[in-house]
Design a protein around this ligand. Structure first.
Ligand code: ZN
Length: 410
């Protein structure tokens, strides 16, 4: 048992370095991670140097310190962000750094913290890091989000078993969903990405200018601009190096026309937004904008999320994920977007992704706006897929074709 755990762990670190980041010789790596994850960070650092990294930098943070700040700091303090930090990130990005964002979350840490103060602090850092976010959103540099368990996280996923057991079980499921419990992980991933690219191409060939979603609590129409395209989560950075920014990933996705979303959509999994779970919520769209919303739990957090800025109440991503996928088949709600979004069709509120626009990287903000590109400080995925979801594609001439039936590809 212990032996195979170590092996899986090593394969996971290798996958992060070789497939996720696709780290190149003499490239710099920056790891942003909570202090609790230092052991795994050391393993990734070792693997990164073995892959030829010139230097591995770490930006450790502590979620408990964030909580203390949220509770004790003045409002003025919550609006402060060190300029040197924002500048340092830009400097590293200009130097073609690869960024690993390693999550080891405690999903209910901020359950009793004032959501308005949480929103204020989030806005402060989103605003200060806006220029750096453009490197990420535009796929200019290689980046990756991956996660490792914490006991607090594991307990929210498996509340019925002792915490030690829950922690191990969450690791097992991370190994399973990232295919790192198998011998030839890297090869398996190459085949998997190839498959996703094929699905995206088929959608592009269909030239659908609308999708119609129908399911329990959902009746939604989304429009697309002909210059946008469906892609898998395999991007190519400005140096021409491919990378996979999410591990695991099962989605193909594109961006909607900002003002072309109408109808109602209901969430099918809880959304963990900066330390608070939002459960059973639904959004009503009119000409792209959320005009009405409700939530059984976390209403205040949803409200703050939608009111972050103008673009936060418009969509920036439309993603298709079959209900029959390794993550979905675990039948586990991970309470973590990285996993839950890859088990389920989803949408994202906020900033659109320029990687989904033909020639998007070289277009100005004005030009992007003209094709219905949404701007926002945030980009937050939420899950709407289920075994009851049907999706139809509509072509320019009005022809309707089935895309998803009962939650799966037709
Ligand atoms: Zn997505």
């Amino acid at each position: 048992m212990e032996h195979s755990f170590e092996k899986n762990l090593e394969r996971y670190a290798d996958l992060i370095v070789q497939v996720g980041l696709n780290l190149q010789k003499d490239q710099e790596l920056l790891i942003s991670a909570p202090i609790t994850s230092y052991e795994f960070v050391r393993l990734v650092t070792e693997k990164a140097y073995e892959a030829g990294a010139v230097n591995v930098l770490t930006d450790f943070y502590d979620e408990e310190l964030k909580k203390i700040r949220l509770e004790k700091s003045s409002e003025k303090g919550l609006k402060a962000f060190p300029d040197w930090k924002a500048k340092g990130y830009i400097e590293m990005a200009e130097n073609n750094v690869a960024l690993l964002n390693l999550a080891a979350p405690n999903p209910s840490l901020l359950r009793n913290t004032d959501p308005t103060r949480v929103a204020l602090l989030n806005r402060t850092s989103a605003e200060a890091m806006k220029d750096f976010s453009a490197y990420i959103g535009g796929g200019k540099i290689s980046w990756l989000i991956a996660a490792i368990p914490t006991t607090e996280w594991a307990q929210t996923v498996f509340p019925e078993i002792p915490k030690e057991e829950a922690f191990n079980k969450l690791w097992e499921n991370i190994f399973y969903t990232t295919r790192t419990d198998q011998e030839n992980t890297v090869k398996l991933w190459e085949a998997h990405i190839h498959n996703l690219n094929k699905k995206a191409n088929r959608l592009n060939e269909g030239k659908y200018n609308k999708l119609h979603y129908k399911g329990p609590g959902t009746d939604l129409t989304i429009e697309f601009h002909p210059q946008t395209k469906w892609i898998s989560a395999q991007f190519t950075n400005d140096k021409g190096i491919p990378f996979v920014p999410n591990l695991p990933t099962e989605e193909v996705f594109t961006i909607p026309v900002r003002y072309g979303v109408n109808g109602v959509v209901s969430s099918t999994k809880p959304l963990n937004y900066s330390g608070t779970l939002i459960k059973n919520f639904s959004l009503t769209f009119k000409e792209g904008k959320v005009v009405e919303y409700s939530a059984e739990e976390g209403y205040e957090t949803l409200k703050n999320l939608l009111e972050t800025d103008e673009g936060a109440s418009y969509l920036g991503e439309v993603a298709l994920v079959p209900h029959d996928s390794p993550i979905s088949n675990t039948n586990i709600i991970f309470n973590n977007t990285l996993f839950d979004e890859n088990a389920s069709c989803h949408l994202a509120l906020g900033r659109a992704l320029s990687v989904c626009v033909e020639d998007g990287k070289s277009m100005t903000a004005e030009q992007l706006k003209e094709i219905g590109y949404n701007e926002s400080m945030i980009h937050v995925d939420f899950m709407i897929g289920s075994a009851q979801l049907n999706i139809d594609g509509e072509k320019a001439d009005g022809t309707i074709e089935p895309i998803f039936r009962a939650g799966d590809w037709v």
